[in-house]
Design a protein around this ligand. Structure first.
Ligand SMILES: NC(=O)C1=CN([C@@H]2O[C@H](COP(=O)(O)OP(=O)(O)OC[C@H]3O[C@@H](n4cnc5c(N)ncnc54)[C@H](O)[C@@H]3O)[C@@H](O)[C@H]2O)C=CC1
Ligand SMILES: O=C(O)CCC(=O)C(=O)O
Length: 379
């Protein structure tokens, strides 16, 4: 097969995979080693907004798949958080511990800038505020950088807080009380969000099983337990699924709720920050069959989105806090609807968000930067 035919075949594969996505941008900057994909799923509610993940993907196909799934999730998350933004996400192919450089993030910033306001981005798994300080030198479409740089600060703070509210709602339905104390939580991933969730749980009197592929992260939690009290037992990354815990709290990668992990899980609930936790939609049904209550990922982890969206209207910490608290009530509502309509919690959340998107689509038109939008405060 010649090169032209190969390219045509690859483009066909990409378009097939795109399903209802609006746009996918492949970014290649040999001078900095940047290889990234930006996926814009839906801008009916406003410009696309979503973080940028950096991960050593096995190849382009894996990275594309992740960008497509994550950006679709952001469309639902924006509807869940009731913000006037659409779904988008970026992925950078590379090992965050070895490959990142300031120049790489500046190059990424230039690609984001070329989209002229169709896509706003910031931190996600494998990236941090420092990376986006570099990117923000090239574009105003960056969120989640320190206040000193005109941003709203670390978005993992409200994400973790939202997970705590979500855990309270989940405990209320599962155990009859929203107390977090006296229970055991199995936390997977102790990065920006997981570590903060672990600290809050220890402060409130919980015990933890924890795992992270990075030993330093595990040490940090043990240090927190020495300060705040509580039991912390570290386990191997595969053992976390079978931990004798009440609640599994996934705060690392996606696809962790699958046939294999469910076959060993003993927990009564799953509630954590990771995006795209269900490997396939059918795993929502399997979770229900096992009698496990699942907090739909994009509902419980939308605290960070609330903050970065708020930042684009002019950051206000109190407003972010007030909106983040609503995660408790919106999750209780999803649990109630799922019970009433005998459906999975994931289906109940999707239904709620799809209705919101349809209702608001009637008011919004396709987003285009040529029409100055009310949220474009930075230009
Ligand atoms: N940062 C934020 O505000 C938000 C994050 N999320 C999601 O939450 C999850 C965590 O995000 P961050 O804390 O920002 O990422 P992070 O990169 O700061 O932390 C992830 C942690 O997970 C660990 N890890 C990776 N693979 C692992 C494995 N197989 N087993 C155990 N540990 C593993 C890493 O070593 C790292 O310590 C991601 O799925 C992200 O998309 C969702 C909403 C907002
Ligand atoms: O939390 C952020 O910084 C942006 C929102 C996002 O990408 C997410 O919620 O996954």
């Amino acid at each position: 097969m010649n090169a032209v035919n190969q390219t045509v075949q690859m483009n066909e594969m990409i378009l097939e995979n795109m399903q209802e996505h609006e746009q996918v941008i492949f970014c290649n900057d040999p001078s900095t080693g940047l290889k990234a994909i930006i996926a814009i799923h839906n801008t009916a509610l406003g410009p696309a907004l979503g973080g940028c993940r950096m991960q050593p993907y096995r190849g382009m196909a894996d990275a594309l798949q992740d960008a497509l799934r994550l950006s679709k999730g952001m469309t639902y998350k924006c509807a869940a958080a009731d913000v006037d933004f659409g779904g988008g996400k970026a992925v950078i192919i590379g090992d965050p511990l070895k490959d990142k450089t300031p120049h790489m993030f500046r190059a990424f910033g230039r690609f984001v800038d070329s989209l002229n306001g169709r896509f706003y981005t910031g931190t996600d798994m494998g990236t941090n505020m420092e990376d986006f300080i570099h990117a923000s030198r090239e574009t105003s479409c960056i969120t989640g950088i320190p206040e000193a740089y005109g941003g709203g600060g670390d978005s993992s703070v409200p994400t973790a807080l939202g997970v705590i509210y979500g855990l309270q709602a989940t405990n209320k339905v599962t155990f009859g009380t929203d107390e977090l104390a006296g229970r055991t939580y199995a936390i997977q991933g102790l990065g920006k969000v997981g570590l903060k969730v672990a600290e809050q749980l220890l402060i409130r009197g919980a015990d933890l099983y924890v795992t992270d592929i990075n030993d330093e992260a595990v040490e940090k939690v043990k240090e927190l337990a020495r300060n705040h009290g509580g039991m912390v037992k570290s386990v191997d990354s595969k053992e976390i699924y079978a931990a004798e815990a009440d609640v599994f709290v996934p705060c690392a990668g996606g696809g962790v709720i699958n046939d294999e992990t469910l076959s060993v899980m003993k927990v009564k609930a799953i509630a954590g920050s990771a995006n795209n936790q269900l490997l396939h939609d059918r795993h929502g049904e399997k979770v229900k069959e096992k009698g496990i209550l699942y907090a739909p990922d994009y509902m419980i982890n939308c605290g960070g989105l609330i903050q970065v969206a708020d930042e684009l209207y002019g950051a206000n910490k109190e407003r972010v806090l007030t909106k983040t608290k609503t995660i408790y009530h919106s999750l209780l509502e999803v649990y109630r609807q799922a019970e009433l309509d005998n459906m999975t919690t994931a289906e109940a959340a999707d239904r709620l968000c799809e209705k919101r998107i349809e209702d608001r689509k009637r008011l919004n038109h396709f987003f285009s930067h040529s029409k100055p939008p009310k949220w474009d405060v930075r230009n």
